[in-house]
Design a protein around this ligand. Structure first.
Ligand code: KIV
Length: 278
């Protein structure tokens, strides 16, 4: 059975750190789930790392639904969240609700959306009051890269940190069950985390958040177009894939693959019939 929001929120009270990773495909999601990750996020980062787009704003609802369904088929234990893509929650409340429900019907337990404008907060209230669990996302919000002037650290002084705290409190009051804090000094995220009832999940925000999230392709060393300073690379899957593909090509070219072991055989009498065929 998948973890519940109550369980995740209790981890904050118990001081147990919450683990979150992104997943976009069935088999990766299955292994992350079996490894015991608390929450799996079908992040819109898949636009870049899985689909090769330049920005997360390039992905739409139809694509998010395909990946959410694939991941959902694999996840048995973790709480599953799907990102609301760009323009799926910026039109009006009805459109936002429709899109959120599509992601829930695709298998997500909750949706995540970026920002804290009055419009977004009203949308969040509408969702949470109608039974759709919402995770917020503050600090650096990738959909707003242009208006933020690039990949810039947020909350860089006390006033800016207090502004983010005020936004976080508004999201908490609107019913968010947790909030991602992206790209900010560790003292800022600590200050905010200590003042919220709900858990904070950090990415590039230091160790004092209630949990941590990483883009799994960064963790695995699979995506190399951009390597964030905050991402810890635990493996170099890119090199493994490269070397395995080279070994495969060499085996095929040299007649080593397929061998008898990977082949199907005819019975001796059938071989004889073929040999006598004129
Ligand atoms: O899309 C994503 O992967 C995210 C994480 C970076 C939190 O939003």
């Amino acid at each position: 059975m998948r973890k519940s929001i109550q369980k995740i929120q209790n981890y904050k009270k118990e001081g147990k750190k919450i683990t979150v990773l992104t997943a976009y495909d069935y088999s990766t999601a299955k292994y992350l789930d079996q490894a015991g990750v608390d929450m799996i996020l079908v992040g819109d980062s898949l636009a870049q790392v899985a689909l090769g787009y330049d920005n997360t704003t390039d992905i739409g609802m139809d694509e998010m639904l395909v990946f959410t369904k694939a991941v959902s088929r694999a996840v048995e234990n973790a709480f599953l969240i799907a990102d609301m893509p760009f323009m799926s929650f910026q039109i009006d409340k009805t459109e936002t609700m429709k899109n959120a429900c599509k992601l829930i019907k695709a298998g997500a337990n909750a949706i995540k959306l970026e920002g804290s404008s009055d419009f977004v907060v009203e949308n969040i209230k509408h969702l949470t009051q109608n039974g759709v669990p919402v995770m917020g996302h503050l600090g650096f919000t990738p959909m707003s890269t242009n208006s933020l002037g690039g990949h810039k650290i947020q909350g860089k002084d006390a006033d800016k940190t207090i502004d983010i705290l005020k936004d976080a409190l508004r999201l908490q009051s609107a019913g968010c069950f947790a909030i991602v804090l992206e790209l900010m000094p560790l003292q800022s995220s600590q200050f905010i985390s200590q003042r919220l009832r709900i858990p904070t999940i950090g990415i590039g925000a230091g160790k004092f958040c209630d949990g941590q999230v990483l883009v799994s392709d960064d963790m695995l060393g699979k995506y190399d177009r951009f390597k964030p300073k905050f991402a810890k690379q635990y493996s170099s899957l890119k090199d493994i894939i490269f070397n395995v593909a080279k070994a495969y090509c060499s085996d095929v070219e040299n007649g080593i693959f397929p061998s008898i072991k990977e082949s199907f055989m005819l019975e001796a009498e059938e071989i004889e019939k073929l040999e006598n065929y004129r």
